[in-house]
Design a protein around this ligand. Structure first.
Ligand SMILES: Cc1cc2nc3c(=O)[nH]c(=O)nc-3n(C[C@H](O)[C@H](O)[C@H](O)COP(=O)(O)OP(=O)(O)OC[C@H]3O[C@@H](n4cnc5c(N)ncnc54)[C@H](O)[C@@H]3O)c2cc1C
Ligand code: FES
Ligand code: FES
Length: 490
């Protein structure tokens, strides 16, 4: 990876100042799932990284107040997908956040990074377009509120100004019931960037909003106010004619390797028809549920509060509170920085160059070679470790980002010199074949069982989707995990 200077500001003002000072050489680091890959393959030329994770004003949070749901830009997909208010009132956004990459990617990828990276395939872009989100950006000149359909220019380019930082995304809480859905088409099961993404909403006035991505240089929003799409009595021909008009801005690139333009356009129409039908059904269901609340003059949906109070499911430790900065305000490109981590229960103090990853340091400095180096792009999960209770791809985490973290590797699974029950089950079921993927599979399986002690087969498939096995031992791996779940339930 190319060398860079690492900065760790603790206030928004400081972060903006760093961007101003370093100009086009500086890049914000949020979850790093796009940025670190870019630095590694040298498509990203930044020489200064400004880490947002210790900026006090940017603490990850989701709040509902005064008719608006506010999602801090640093909120990760895992938390967006699990938040009760998002799941209840912004179903399409919850669905989109839940399909971004794998568990390991969702534990790091932020909603702000997803928008600012401006990929036409960004999953959260289309639901946010449908909901009419406002993107809040802070810069030296103050705060701007940008309607999201004015944010995207083309792949990798937004209308953000120099030294502006997205601080939050705001979603208006609709007063009337709305039915919404997010759909996507990928090349394969498991995690993959979408060949087509599409979100749709239908409201009680018959207004249908459709946003679609991955079929042109930027995601597109189209609105139909005729009421015909929302009307179940409309003919298929009438509906198709409206959809054809709404989808008219699609212009997929013939150069993409993911799917041909013809395929994308055909799938776009299929998804649009399907999405309108689902959104209409959800609107009907929602209207039935909300009628008693509305008649009693109450706000529909769960009451206001912060995500800390209202997480839908028990999740492992939320992103940690920033600890005191161990080193000055930044580093020279190659100068090692002091970091401290607890690794498998043991305190470790190290000096690391900013460009070294957590994987490098675990393997080369600490001799913990269980986590494997393989794809280095977050695809295979062979490098999976747990960081503050959540699995991450250690190849996409800088070691300096792990300063203050509690890290667990596969070496930490054994207890008192004996393999854990999960490890034994992998051996008994013949899940470990060549063994290259097994440390990562074990870490993901342990995290899954800690979160969901009674997983279904589908939950195991989803929980392990970020771990590829070249030997194809998936059946045995799933059997081992389900077997241990049964034992632990006894
Ligand atoms: C294996 C894999 C699978 C993936 N699958 C999907 C998928 O299915 N769907 C999908 O949509 N994406 C997917 N992604 C892409 C990626 O995970 C998302 O785009 C992610 O949300 C980016 O967020 P981040 O916090 O990691 O951003 P970073 O990588 O930290 O930053 C991305 C860019 O945004 C800028 N930036 C970050 N935060 C801000 C801010 N607050 N203000 C201004 N600029 C900012 C950074 O400077 C950088 O240029 C995948 C990535 C990988 C590696
Ligand atoms: S995901 Fe890290 S090496 Fe493949
Ligand atoms: S056991 Fe060989 S790669 Fe999984």
């Amino acid at each position: 990876m190319r060398a860079f200077r690492y900065e760790r500001p603790t206030t928004l003002c400081e972060a903006i100042g760093l961007l101003e000072r370093h100009g086009s050489n500086a890049r914000l680091l949020a979850g790093g799932t796009d940025l670190i890959i870019g630095l590694r393959d040298r498509t990203e030329t930044a020489s200064v990284l400004v880490d947002l994770k210790h900026v006090a004003e940017l603490r990850p949070a989701i709040d509902a107040r005064e008719g608006v749901l506010r999602i801090a830009a640093t909120s990760v997909m895992t938390d967006v997908a699990a938040d009760l208010r998002v799941r209840d009132r912004f179903v399409a956004l919850a669905e989109a956040a839940a399909v971004v990459g794998s568990v390991q990617i969702r534990n790091r990828a932020t909603i702000g990074g997803n928008l600012c990276n401006a990929s036409p395939a960004a999953d959260t872009a289309t639901p946010l377009l449908v909901y009419g989100a406002i993107v809040v950006a802070a810069g030296a000149g103050g705060t701007r509120r940008i309607p999201i359909d004015e944010l995207f220019v083309r792949s990798g380019q937004t209308t953000l100004r120099h030294a502006e930082i997205v601080t939050a995304v705001e979603l208006p809480l609709a007063a009337m019931p709305v039915g919404t859905v997010h759909l996507r088409r990928t090349r394969r099961r498991g995690h993959d960037l979408a060949s087509v993404t599409l979100s749709c909403s239908v409201d009680g006035h018959g207004v249908t909003r459709i946003a679609y991505g991955s079929v042109g240089p930027r995601p597109v929003l189209a609105v139909d106010e005729s009421g015909a799409l929302a009307d179940p009595a409309s003919s298929d021909e009438a509906r198709d004619a409206i959809l054809e008009r709404m989808l008219g801005a699609a212009a997929p690139s013939p150069r993409s390797m993911r799917a041909s333009p013809e395929y994308r356009l055909a799938m776009l129409r299929v998804l649009a028809r399907r999405a309108v039908a689902i959104a209409r059904d959800r609107l009907a269901e929602r209207t039935r549920q909300e009628q008693p609340a509305m008649a009693a003059g109450r706000e529909p949906g769960p009451p206001a509060g912060t995500s800390d109070e209202r997480d839908a499911e028990p999740l492992p430790a939320a992103p940690r509170t920033p600890r005191p900065v161990a080193f000055g305000r930044g580093s020279g490109a190659e100068a090692p920085l002091p970091i401290s981590m607890v690794v498998n229960g043991r305190e470790r103090h190290l000096e690391v160059a900013p460009r070294r990853t957590l994987l490098d340091v675990l393997r080369d400095d600490l001799g913990l070679t269980g986590a494997k180096e393989c794809c280095l792009v977050g695809e295979c999960g062979a490098c999976t470790v747990a960081m503050d209770g959540r699995t991450v791809d250690a190849c996409l985490v800088l070691a300096v980002e792990a300063d203050g973290a509690d890290v667990r590797t596969v070496e930490g699974l054994a207890e008192g010199g004996r393999l854990s029950r999960l490890q034994e089950a992998f051996l008994e079921k013949g899940a470990a074949q060549c063994g290259y993927c097994i440390p990562g599979q074990l870490m993901s399986a342990r995290a899954l069982l800690d979160l969901d002690p009674h997983p279904t087969v589908a939950a195991v498939e989803e929980g392990l989707a970020g771990n590829l096995c070249r030997c194809g031992g998936y059946r045995q791996i799933a059997e081992a995990v389900l077997g241990v779940a049964e034992e632990e339930a006894r």
